[in-house]
Design a binder for this molecule. Structure first.
Ligand code: SF4
Length: 275
C-alpha cells in the first residue's frame, strides 16, 4: 500500500521537475517523517482500512528502531521501484527494454555499489550485475567478507541502453540518458543511506557526480557524494579485459580502504590477495 503523504510530496516534486529547470530533492529524513505521518494515522481510531498487520510494521515518529527503519526503507524502495517499472521518460529505452532493472540487496546496507547500466543479461533477468562482470563483483563482495545480500547494488540507468537492430553487446549510457534517470538513483541512496558508496567505473562516476575523469585520476582515494564517503574503483568488466594481478590488486586495495572505513577486520590473508 502506498503512503498518501509521501505520494502527495512525490507528485508535487515531479510536477516541479517536469515544469521547470529545477531538480528538487527530498532527504531521507523528510521521507521518513512522511512515512511516520502514515504510521500515526494508522494508530488513530476511525481508520478501519488499515489492518492490524500493517500497523505492526509502523514506526514511532519519535524514535525509530533499527529493524523498523529497515522495514520502512524497504517500503520506500518499493514505492520508487513501482515508479521505475512504469517509467517511459526515455521513450527509446522504454520501448526496447525487456524490463527495468531497479536494484538489489539489503535496503539497510552499509555499502552501496553503483554501476552504469544494465547489459543484456541484466535486462533479461531484471537484476543488476548478473552477467560475467556481475559474477566477478559478487566474488569481490565475498572476498570482502560480505554476502551479495548484505550490500545494495544499483546502476545509474534502470533500462538497458538500446542497440541497433541486429547488433550484439552493450553500449554505455549517454550523459543525457544518465541525467534523466539519475533522480531514481538519488532516491535510492537517500533511502538506504549507506555508510560508503562505491562507484564502479568512470561512466558511473560521471552519472553520479556529473564529472569526467580518468580512472587513473579518480580511483583509490576518497571522494564525497552529498557528504557520504565515495570510493571509486574499476568496473569489474575492466578486470575481465585486463586480468593481470596488478590491476586486480588495485581494485582490492580500494576495497580494503572501504573495509577500513567501515572498521571491519581485515585478515592477513585478505591483505595479501593478488600480491
Ligand atoms: S532509463 Fe530511467 S528514466 Fe529512462 S525510461 Fe528507463 S527508468 Fe525511465
Amino acid at each position: 500500500m502506498r503512503q498518501p503523504a509521501l505520494e502527495l510530496v512525490i507528485a508535487a516534486l515531479e510536477k516541479i521537475r517536469d515544469t521547470s529547470n529545477h531538480a528538487p530533492r527530498a532527504s531521507r529524513n523528510a521521507l521518513a517523517q512522511l512515512l511516520s505521518i502514515y504510521s500515526v494515522a494508522a494508530s488513530l481510531p476511525g481508520t478501519p482500512e488499515l489492518c492490524e498487520g500493517r500497523r505492526a510494521t509502523c514506526v514511532s515518529p519519535k524514535r525509530p528502531q533499527p529493524q523498523q527503519t529497515a522495514s520502512h526503507k524497504a517500503e520506500m524502495l518499493a514505492s520508487v521501484r513501482e515508479r521505475v517499472c512504469g517509467c517511459t521518460k526515455c521513450a527509446h529505452l522504454a520501448s526496447s527494454r525487456t524490463q527495468t532493472v531497479f536494484g538489489v540487496g539489503n535496503p539497510d546496507a552499509e555499502i552501496m555499489f553503483i554501476g552504469e547500466a544494465p547489459g543484456a543479461d541484466e535486462d533479461q533477468q531484471g537484476e543488476p550485475f548478473v552477467g560475467r562482470a556481475g559474477q566477478l563483483l559478487t566474488k569481490i563482495i565475498k572476498a570482502m567478507g560480505f554476502a551479495r545480500e548484505d550490500v545494495y547494488i544499483a546502476n545509474i540507468l534502470k533500462c538497458r541502453p538500446d542497440m541497433p537492430a541486429g547488433s550484439f553487446g552493450n553500449r554505455a549510457p549517454t550523459p543525457a540518458e544518465m541525467q534523466t534517470c539519475r533522480p531514481y538513483l538519488v532516491e535510492q541512496i537517500d533511502i538506504i543511506q549507506p555508510r560508503v558508496l562505491v562507484a564502479l567505473g568512470a561512466v558511473a562516476v560521471e552519472g553520479l557526480l556529473g564529472a569526467r575523469g580518468t580512472m587513473r585520476e579518480l580511483r583509490g582515494r576518497w571522494h564525497s557524494y552529498n557528504g557520504m564517503p565515495l570510493m571509486i574503483t574499476y568496473h569489474p568488466a575492466y578486470l575481465l579485459r585486463n586480468q593481470s594481478p596488478s590491476e586486480k590488486r588495485k581494485v582490492w586495495e580500494d576495497m580494503m580502504q572501504v573495509l577500513e572505513r567501515l572498521e571491519k577486520p581485515i585478515s592477513e590473508k585478505q591483505r595479501n590477495y593478488f600480491l
